[in-house]
Design a protein around this ligand. Structure first.
Ligand code: HGY
Ligand code: MN
Ligand code: MN
Length: 422
């Protein structure tokens, strides 16, 4: 059945996005909805209300992942899942994650408006802690669900104030009783903003990533010697902040030194005691390395780790390193990618083949079932900032592609899940 004349309701999608953007709204036009914060709770409460308004079967699992199920005609067929995340970065954007959840909600509303019954059930999902900013690592909701991360290890993760993940999940009332574990899924779609400049530069409406890069996260802890800045001579100091400064520049030059396509960033740092007239004795900083080539990223880490150890030794600082998190690169399902491109052609949206440099829950879902993503352009390529923006027209276009992709998959009667063709 061809649905090319079907489309979502742009105004209604814009309205849900605007309502969600009010929760945790920041003065600069963005949102702050840190994982398991009060703002995250409010966003979850609103989302759950909207799921009940659609008479969906709502379940919340022990990681706080929220699912809404629209029953299909044939319960023996595995469901199609689509969604993303409602948590945000500190001073983050209104579209990162939220577009994928609201886009899927709009697809379900459109399907209901048109009284379309699908063979397969369709499940919408809000994954807990995709961002990994307050509680590292990222994507823990989908990570535990897919079996890649252990629930209790995540439960014991602490934020910078020493608050435990599990305690905060209980505090906001979203520690569900349903076990967080994978179940048979026919396929997974995630609609998301590109978070980069390529679509805008190429003047394309839809991004079709072939997959997501690998993400490797590390935590580095340095200990030197504090002292009064005045009487302490320069030579013989064990200044942890200077050691960190040298190491941070080694991270920055790493992609160049390694060659190939890679990014490496130090995004977070804490300096102790952080007083202008005390030589710093403790520093913690993070390292984020990403590449389409997992081994390339691992060799880069080996090189820069050696750099760190040499610098620490020379500066008389001790160093402790936590290899916090690694998720492999995720090449998406070729058949689903082909189908998405066919749909963009039918709907008349120019599309661009790309790779996602941003991490998404789709990385973990790709380990469980055939997975693909749909990107909408980010204005001036900005994201994880308050000025993150995507035009309503582009939001609607991506949601239309999502609608047709979900309808296509939800009406495929193949009993066995599709063989993944990486
Ligand atoms: O780090 C990322 O790319 C994602 O925002 N978690
Ligand atoms: Mn995101
Ligand atoms: Mn993000």
């Amino acid at each position: 059945m061809k649905f090319s004349y079907l489309h979502v309701n742009e105004g209604r999608l814009q309205n849900t996005l605007e309502q969600m953007a009010k929760i945790g709204a920041t003065s600069g036009g963005g949102v702050q909805r840190l994982t398991l914060s009060n703002e995250d709770k409010l966003a979850r409460d609103l989302f759950v209300k909207w799921l009940y308004d659609l008479n969906l079967e709502v379940t919340i699992d022990e990681m706080g992942n929220i699912f809404g199920k629209q029953q299909g005609k044939n319960p023996i067929l595995h469901p199609v899942i689509s969604g993303s995340h409602l948590d945000s970065q500190p001073k983050g954007g209104r579209f990162d994650g939220t577009l994928g959840v609201m886009g899927t909600l709009e697809v379900l509303k459109t399907i209901q408006d048109l009284d379309l019954e699908t063979e397969r059930s369709i499940i919408i999902v809000n994954w807990t802690n995709e961002e990994g900013s307050r509680f590292a690592p990222a994507m823990v909701g989908s990570g535990v669900w897919s079996g890649a991360l252990k629930r209790d290890w995540v439960y014991n993760r602490k934020d910078i104030d020493g608050k435990r993940f599990e305690d905060e999940l209980s505090r906001i009332g979203y520690k569900g009783s349903i076990p967080c574990q994978k179940r048979p899924v026919y396929c997974y779609y995630e609609y998301h903003i590109e978070q980069g400049p390529l679509l805008e530069r190429a003047k394309k409406t839809i991004g079709v990533p072939k997959g997501i890069v690998c993400l490797h996260w590390y935590d580095v802890y340095l200990e030197g010697e504090a002292n009064q800045v005045g009487p302490t001579p320069m030579e013989g100091r064990h200044d942890a902040l200077c050691a960190a400064a040298e190491m941070i520049l080694k991270v920055n030059t790493l992609p160049n030194r390694m060659g190939g396509n890679m990014v490496a960033t130090v995004g977070e740092i804490q300096n102790h005691p952080n007083s202008r007239n005390i030589i710093p004795d403790k520093v913690h900083f993070t390292v984020d390395i990403r590449s389409w080539d997992d081994d390339h990223a691992l060799s880069a880490w080996k090189l820069v780790r050696q750099n760190f150890e040499d610098i620490a030794a020379r500066r008389g600082c001790t160093i402790r390193i936590e290899e916090t998190w690694r998720v492999d690169r995720s090449p998406f399902d070729k058949k689903m990618i082909h189908e998405i491109k066919t749909i963009t052609d039918e709907l008349g949206y120019p599309h661009l083949d790309m790779i996602s440099g941003a991490g998404h829950d789709a990385s973990y879902m790709n380990q469980v079932c055939p997975t693909a993503m749909i990107f909408a352009p980010s204005m001036s390529g900005r994201s994880h900032v308050e000025i993150e923006n995507t035009s309503w027209k582009d939001c609607e276009a991506g949601a239309n592609v999502l609608l047709h992709a979900i309808l296509h998959s939800a009406n495929e009667k193949r009993v066995k899940s599709k063989l993944r063709t990486h």
